[in-house]
Design a protein around this ligand. Sequence first.
Ligand code: ZN
Length: 236
Amino acid sequence: MKMNINKMLEYQASDQIIYKAEQAFSSSPENRRYSQIVARINELRANVLKLDKEAADIRKDIEKKEKQLEELGLQAEKSVAEMLGEKTLGEISRNEETVKRFEESFDAADKDFARALKRLEDIEKEAKQSLVELKRCNSDLEKSKVVLAKKRAEMQAELQDEVMRRKSIQAEIDPAHLEIYKKVRKEINRLPIMVEYVAGTCRGCGMHVENDLRGKLVESGDVAECPNCRRILYLK
Ligand SMILES: [Zn+2]
């Protein structure tokens, strides 16, 4: 395939200026601060959800244990009643076992309940703290949004001329070629993507690719995809 290399390179040079400014904006302290707040908000939200779920699980567990305890209590009551009319030693010891098991379960459950209630209290405290911080983060986010919008507007104002220039160069390029350029730019996401093919080597990645591209880059204006880095190789 043949391209108007000079035009494409002109386009790329302009594109690169815009790209650099966009990169500088992305890595600016204002944008980083904004991303940090967003990340913290997501973290806090996830934590509140996690705590909610844990509290719900604990409550369910308490309910289940209370039910079990109730059943054991009924069995114990029955055993006590039966003990009054005991006949064999075997029956007496079996009923005594049931009562003992109830008492043990009751003691264990008491401790479990105390522990669960303490955890519920802690969860409530932690969730409250998270919500307070979340509120603060949301207000920080609003401020950060304003700062960022101002910075973006500044960047756009500075780039305005360059964007117009890129547009005017674009008008002189074959749309099919521009489409290839844009596709590769999107895939690679760093510039330059139009690189010279010199002595069988890709100037982008430094690979010797002569064998793969034999017959494709023959005369000036020829282009081909680098089999290694996918950039667009051209022959001057
Ligand atoms: Zn390459």
